[in-house]
Design a protein around this ligand. Structure first.
Ligand SMILES: Cc1cc2nc3c(=O)[nH]c(=O)nc-3n(C[C@H](O)[C@H](O)[C@H](O)COP(=O)(O)OP(=O)(O)OC[C@H]3O[C@@H](n4cnc5c(N)ncnc54)[C@H](O)[C@@H]3O)c2cc1C
Length: 442
């Protein structure tokens, strides 16, 4: 029995149910375990609107994450093959070369991920391979919800209250013990390149660090733990989180954990149990609760996509609302270039273009401006975010875009008063001055 762990958005070695199951069954059967990550060329190609599906910020973060994962797996005697190839091409080859009988992977249900998995399993030579899929991305496992996912409430508060009444966050799955050495060694050097591709090789330009960035961090599980160490234990900022989370400048107004959560180098459960440790050893208050509350939003949007499938990508959204949407290239260019009548929108659009980051407050405002005020097809805004965001996650991105565009889960169907938002959240103009100063210079 030879097991392949096909990594996707689960780039870690602890609290990884698929990796643990693969190691356990291999150890019981004198088999081997091999890891694989495919840098799928489609992820770096242009989408229907002309945006690259993954721009340089997230691509660099991913490469850093992969090299960290390679180190983590090496300490378990498990090689990680990294190929720049379509999974449906790469995996049948690996299955054949290594005599793979079983594939372990994270369960994904959104359109593209599902299609790729179907193509892999339908490829020649795959008929005898068994696939084992696990939900590793949730805080609350689908089996522990108080209702079947198809009966998910249409409003977050109802979801949260029901879950809180029957609260059960599973403990993280322990990191597997190392495979007996020697486990597999890569068949050839080409199978397991020591150096990852560069951004240029992926067709992207280099990232130029911006000293103003609110997210100056690297990818990988080790960097995620350093961030937790700083935000929780060294500064105790967690104990002030609810009061600072609407900030705009600097790194410490919010946790900044979303990019690691999005690619799975940190799991929501690992984070939850570290919050509990902080509450036990330092302080438990409304602020510490609020970080869990936000993790529930993250779960909620995953359950929304699980329930509604492809409807999250449709113009009418899950509500099937029929607004007079427009698709004006000049409006889009003004929004992207930060050239609208609102300096608050402009500052935020400059920030995302320069760094791949934007605060939650900023995201809500620029989305509301684009979709509600200018009535532009919200999916184009969502695709632009998909391209640039360091923390892009299909569920959170499309779920929040639908919400802010009036076609999702907002029971109050709100539209932001942007001048008012700026006067509340950027009263002293510090944020706008930071991002607009250079643009205003001659
Ligand atoms: C239009 C729009 C698009 C968005 N796209 C994404 C996306 O692609 N990926 C993404 O992770 N988040 C997205 N968000 C949600 C939110 O803006 C980010 O999760 C948050 O800003 C990340 O910063 P943080 O880690 O410091 O968050 P914190 O405030 O520290 O929150 C902790 C964690 O809770 C989760 N969380 C917080 N707010 C939300 C929310 N509104 N929805 C879902 N999860 C949340 C995130 O995992 C976050 O890391 C989007 C929001 C909007 C309005």
């Amino acid at each position: 029995m030879n097991n392949l762990v096909w990594f996707r958005n689960d780039l870690r070695s602890s609290d990884h149910p698929g990796l643990s199951a693969a190691c356990e069954s291999a150890q019981q059967n004198n088999g081997n375990v091999l890891g694989l990550y495919c840098l799928d060329p489609r992820h770096f190609a242009r989408d229907q609107y002309g945006f690259r599906r993954t721009e340089r910020f997230r691509a660099q973060f991913l490469l850093q994450t992969l090299s960290d994962l390679q180190r983590q797996l090496a300490s378990l005697n498990i090689p990680l093959l990294i190929v720049h190839e379509h999974p449906e091409v790469a995996i049948p080859g690996v299955v054949n070369n290594y005599g793979i009988s079983d594939i372990y992977l994270q369960q994904e249900w959104t359109r593209d991920e599902q299609r790729v998995r179907d193509s892999v399993m339908a490829a020649a030579g795959m008929t005898t391979v068994r696939a084992h899929a696990f939900y590793g991305q949730f805080l609350l496992h689908p089996e522990d919800l108080p209702f079947p996912p198809q009966q998910l409430p249409g409003v977050f508060t109802a979801f949260r209250k029901a879950c809180e009444q029957q609260w059960n966050v599973r403990p993280p799955v322990p990191r597997p013990s190392p495979m007996p050495a020697p486990n597999w060694q890569p068949a050839t050097q080409a199978d397991c390149p020591l150096t990852l591709p560069t951004l240029t090789q992926l067709g992207l330009s280099e990232c130029i660090p911006d000293t103003r960035s609110a997210f100056p961090f690297c990818g990988g599980g080790a960097a995620a733990q350093q961030r937790i160490q700083h935000y929780f234990w060294e500064t105790e900022n967690l104990a002030r989180y609810k009061h600072t989370r609407d900030g705009l400048v600097g790194s410490d107004y919010s946790s900044k954990l979303s990019p690691w959560l999005a690619n799975g180098s940190l799991s929501a459960r690992q984070l939850y149990w570290q919050i509990k440790e902080f509450e036990r050893d330092v302080k438990a208050n409304e602020d510490t609760y609020w970080l869990v509350f936000e993790l529930m939003w993250r779960d909620y949007f995953k359950y929304v996509s699980l329930k509604h499938g492809d409807r999250i990508f449709q113009l009418g959204g899950i509500l099937e609302k029929d607004y007079p949407w427009q698709n004006d290239p000049d409006e889009l260019a003004r929004w992207i270039n930060g050239d609208t009548q609102y300096d608050f929108v402009n500052a935020n659009m400059h920030e995302i273009a320069a760094t791949g980051w934007m605060s939650n407050r900023g995201r809500q405002n620029v989305a509301s401006y684009f979709a509600r005020e200018r009535q532009q097809d919200w999916r184009i805004g969502a695709a632009y975010f998909e391209s640039l965001l360091l923390d892009y996650d299909v569920h959170s991105n499309y779920g929040n875009w639908m919400y802010n565009s009036g076609v999702g889960n907002d029971p109050r169907d709100r539209r932001f008063d942007i001048e008012r938002q700026a006067s509340i959240y950027d009263k002293d103009r510090r944020y706008r001055d930071l991002w607009l100063a250079s643009a205003a210079a001659p």
